[in-house]
Design a protein around this ligand. Structure first.
Ligand SMILES: Cc1cc2nc3c(=O)[nH]c(=O)nc-3n(C[C@H](O)[C@H](O)[C@H](O)COP(=O)(O)O)c2cc1C
Length: 219
């Protein structure tokens, strides 16, 4: 069963400038961004709402595929992320084959749900760009992390569920997916239609603990 026939029916993605909520200037697919308004069967999800309600989803409805057009929206959201010097040092490999995902999942302790998802998005960092962008190579990792979060948020906003997987063998992923030299798989994003409730949230450290005004101080 594809999503067009079921879960995502009625989901409309549009953009509305702040203060203009009548969608006169709405245009699809993350362009001309002032604020993102997403419509789920009449309910609007704004960017802040999407950020606050996103959760890692590790249980997926079996046998439900995601249309390529939706996958492309996710990847496009990833490419909208900021990157040092605007280098965009990322590549995205979409893995649909469950047997490939099973072999990858077997290389980590915390990746068992990857084969149950509709897809895995392997996010790769372009290592040669690390030298161009920063002396310690950290920026390409930050760039790709930004892209990952964009994809997680876009998935959530579109009514999908997703979870970041960091626990896998990069060597096995490179071999399985024929990833060329110079590209390092840094994350796999399992994406699918959520099974069951996604409401339970992971506890957050309160602002009173993590926010420091002006200088670092313990309250
Ligand atoms: C760098 C990174 C690596 C992660 N690796 C895994 C993983 O291997 N397996 C997993 O189940 N979750 C993984 N997660 C998801 C975290 O466990 C999750 O984000 C955290 O528990 C907070 O929950 P929330 O995403 O629902 O807010 C990872 C998250 C990040 C940012």
């Amino acid at each position: 069963m594809g999503l067009e026939g079921g879960y995502l029916r009625g989901v409309e993605l549009s953009l509305t400038p702040i203060g203009l909520r009548d969608k006169r200037s709405a245009s699809a697919r993350f362009r001309g961004l002032l604020s993102v308004t997403l419509t789920h069967g009449g309910l609007e999800m704004e960017a802040i709402e999407a950020i606050r309600t996103r959760r890692s989803v590790r249980r997926f409805r079996r046998g439900v595929s995601i249309p390529n057009s939706v996958i492309e929206q996710l990847i496009e959201a990833g490419t909208c992320a900021p990157s040092a010097h605007g280098l965009q040092p990322w590549e995205f490999v979409v893995v649909t084959d469950p047997s490939v995902r099973r072999r990858i999942a077997a290389t980590g302790r915390w990746a068992s749900f990857l084969p149950e998802a509709a897809i895995g998005i392997v996010v790769c960092a372009h290592e040669p760009s690390a030298g161009l962008a920063s002396k310690d190579g950290m920026w390409v990792i930050q760039d790709t992390a930004c892209a990952c979060e964009n994809i997680l948020l876009a998935a959530h906003a579109l009514g999908l569920g997703a979870c970041w997987i960091g626990d896998f063998s990069a060597e096995v992923v490179k071999r399985e997916l024929q990833i060329p030299k110079g590209l390092e798989p840094v994350a796999i994003l399992a994406v699918g239609v959520p099974e069951g409730s996604t409401a339970a949230g992971h506890w957050r450290r309160p602002l009173s603990e993590v926010l420091h005004w002006g200088k670092f101080q313990r309250t």
